[in-house]
Ligand binder design. Structure first.
Ligand SMILES: [Cu+2]
Length: 148
């Protein structure tokens, strides 16, 4: 009776260990899969590094850390999209209810904070990440992305 119970418990324990091991293997595979992580520092007012090369079709998870004293944001797009987003942000400024950050492709990072933006680069060409806090993009707070 006691022996049966011990064997049953041992079987359950082994099953649990096996299941846990499989689970962690899956997590590791997902973490090291198709998504490349690129860490970017935001200072006042510059991205560091200020250029990144990616392969066409690649998915990149940008992790932005704001090491500066003021808020910065990041928006991925070509120069036309950057200009459009800049205009949207300026228009939103006049609207007391609009933060201007409703765009899903943009993040705002407060000083000391970290935020992520994941983007898949389907087409080759030149893109940018721009900061659209007032005056930052025009002041050169942009990061060049070369997709090849
Ligand atoms: Cu900025």
């Amino acid at each position: 009776m006691n022996r049966h119970r011990t064997l049953a418990l041992a079987a359950v324990a082994l099953f649990a260990i096996g299941g846990a091991a499989c689970g962690s293997d899956d997590d590791a595979t997902a973490g090291n899969g198709d998504v490349r992580t690129v860490e970017i520092d935001m200072a006042d007012n510059v991205f560091e590094p200020d250029s990144v090369d990616v392969n066409r079709g690649e998915t990149v998870r940008f992790v932005f850390t704001n090491t500066g004293e003021v808020a910065h944001d990041a928006f991925v797009g070509d120069t036309a999209a950057q200009d459009g987003h800049e205009m949207d942000m300026r228009e939103a400024e006049g609207d007391e209810h609009g933060s201007g950050h409703g765009d899903s492709g943009a993040v705002t990072v407060e000083p000391g904070d970290t935020a992520e933006l994941t983007h898949t680069f389907d087409e080759s060409g030149s893109l940018e990440i721009g900061c659209h806090q007032p005056g930052h993009y025009d002041g050169g707070m942009k990061l060049a992305i070369d997709v090849t």
